[in-house]
Write a protein that binds this ligand. Structure first.
Ligand code: N01
Length: 513
């Protein structure tokens, strides 16, 4: 965004809370942190030269490699001189008469801006863990989402992990390699598939580089912005053996989007979904030797794929190791953290290190932890008291000239987020250019257009099984958060088309003052 805004000849300043660039990939340095979208697709497409010069070493890049890539981009485009690091934005307050925003930071700075663009991410506000006694813990307490840059010494330690989402599932096998003992506190089992990560075949990388434009074009036609073969039949109309063979192929593919895409109705029909869910459950039973542990790890009660599917390296197999214990918190709930460790209703587990992998206040959290006030002093928090509403996930009525990259109501977290970020950046940059060329002072959504889009986002989600899971997609992981399905499930191609049509129709649904 900074690069594009500079290209428009506007003056721009970026504020970043971290002491370095990278966002998610700056903070989440836990062992095993890596992407689960193939590196060649999870990368910028805006400059063919950049594509050619960067070499990815693995199919799924690790956190350090992605961070190096982002740092490379920051240096290559000389971005750092306009980025203020180590500085958190505290408030963004509109002065409507002057048509500008006052932005204040925790460094005590106040700047004025005609346009404010949030690029605060969807999974950057850690969720309060809602666990009593954390402060009393005498050992080392760490969080996957703020893992110390110089690492944590786990060798010979009794380590506990709370949380079995993507972060927990990625880190648990690596923590088990180092720790003397590992106790995993699991509340809800997740569906996890093997990543089958490997060094990137140089021939594959060469091929991609030779035909990158073609590959990028194909990515934009993919529903999730990730290349995957899409089936054309119902899971219920094929022979069970053929279906299992297809799921097995997907299991071996290392693509988390493969099973959901294998038949047309995995995500819309409970019976079709159950065939996929049961396949994964069968694999868990095959891998985990102790039947009780296998059963405790088996996800039930919510459809496959309606919580973010995890990709792992040796996750289920980790529970076959002698020094690894699974504690099923549904059977023996967590009572509190104590100075010595974790107390459940049945037992106290002594620990030296406790790892929180307890997730995020997703999508809206990063925006609402800033004090954003629009026209007439209306707080974004109040405007969204019943849940977020936004036109295309790009702008909110009553907040003129405020743009939200990957805002609620856009594909964001249910897509290859780099694809979605780039599309928002392009759309916003083009909008700024248009406003300037046409002498428009301010843009904001028409409230009716915004309400209609919010209804559409809801309707598309309601036609799927997604709302049946108590996921962070609907805010269910944060007590008291309104239950609204936040990302747009209509797919990347349809969403891009809608955004383009709005522009072609002279910013239809927006009010230009
Ligand atoms: O967070 P999560 P995450 N007591 O919310 C448990 C992306 N990501 O950081 O389900 C006990 O998924 C909670 O249990 P429950 C990806 O989009 C991507 O792992 O609420 N347990 C759950 O098990 C992902 O979906 C990558 O019952 C508590 C866990 O903590 C998203 O980030 C890697 C608890 C939280 O899981 C978030 O993933 C990592 C409590 N009080 C993340 N509170 C890749 O690219 C919470 N839990 C691979």
């Amino acid at each position: 965004m900074l690069h594009r805004v500079r290209g428009l000849g506007l003056s721009v300043r970026v504020y970043e809370a971290g002491d370095g660039v990278g966002g998610t990939w700056y903070w989440n340095r836990y062992p095993g942190a890596r992407c689960d979208v193939p590196s060649l697709e999870y990368s910028y497409s805006f400059d063919p030269q950049l594509e050619q010069e960067w070499e990815w070493s693995e199919r799924y890049a690790t956190q350090p490699e992605i961070l190096r890539y982002i740092e490379h981009v920051a240096d290559r485009y000389d971005l750092r001189r306009d980025i203020t690091l180590g500085t958190r934005v505290e408030s963004v307050i509109r002065d409507d008469e002057a048509n500008r925003w006052a932005v204040t930071t925790d460094a005590g700075e106040e700047v004025w801006a005609t346009f404010v663009i949030t690029a605060a991410g969807c999974l950057s506000a850690p969720k309060p863990p809602e666990i009593g006694g954390l402060d009393s813990f005498a050992g080392t307490l760490v969080s996957t989402s703020a893992w110390p840059a110089d690492g944590v010494d786990l060798a010979g330690k009794r380590v506990g992990v709370i949380g079995t989402g993507s972060s927990g599932i990625q880190s648990i096998p690596l923590i088990a390699e180092q720790a003397a003992s590992l106790t995993v506190f699991q509340r809800t089992p997740n569906y996890s598939l093997p990543a089958h990560n490997a060094p990137l075949d140089p021939a594959v990388q060469r091929d991609w580089k030779a035909r990158y434009r073609e590959h990028r074009a194909a990515v934009l036609q993919a529903r999730t912005g990730i290349l995957v073969e899409r089936g054309t039949r119902s899971a219920l109309e094929v022979d069970p053996d053929e279906r299992s063979a297809r799921y097995a192929q997907c299991w071996d593919s290392g693509l988390f989007a493969c099973i959901p895409a294998s038949y047309t109705d995995i995500i819309t029909d409970l019976d079709a979904n159950e065939t996929a869910a049961e396949f994964v459950r069968g694999r868990i039973r095959e891998i985990v030797r102790d039947p009780d542990v296998a059963e405790a790890l088996t996800p039930r009660g919510y459809p496959f794929g309606t919580k973010r599917i995890c990709l792992d390296t040796g996750y289920y197999d980790t529970f076959n190791q002698e020094h690894v214990t699974l504690v099923d918190l549904r059977r023996t709930p967590l009572v509190a953290v104590t100075p010595e460790g974790v107390q459940t209703t049945e037992e106290e587990f002594g620990l030296d290190v406790l790892v929180l992998a307890t997730g995020f206040d997703a999508v809206t959290g990063p925006l609402l932890r800033m004090d954003i006030r629009g026209r007439d002093g209306v707080h974004l928090r109040d405007a969204w008291a019943g849940g977020p509403h936004s036109y295309l996930g790009l702008q909110v009525a009553g907040f003129p000239n405020l743009f939200t990259i990957t805002g609620p109501g856009s594909p964001s977290v249910v897509s290859n987020v780099v694809v979605s970020i780039e599309q928002h950046v392009d759309w916003i940059a083009e909008c700024l250019r248009y406003l300037r060329e046409h002498g428009v002072a301010a843009i904001e959504p028409d409230a009716d257009a915004e309400a209609a889009w919010a209804q559409h986002v809801h309707d598309v989600a309601a036609a799927t099984l997604y709302p049946q899971a108590p996921s962070w997609f609907v805010g269910a992981n944060v007590p008291g958060k309104p239950r609204v399905f936040m990302p747009y499930l209509g797919g990347v191609p349809a969403y891009r088309q809608k955004c383009a049509e709005v522009v072609e129709a002279g910013y239809e649904g927006f009010v230009l003052h």
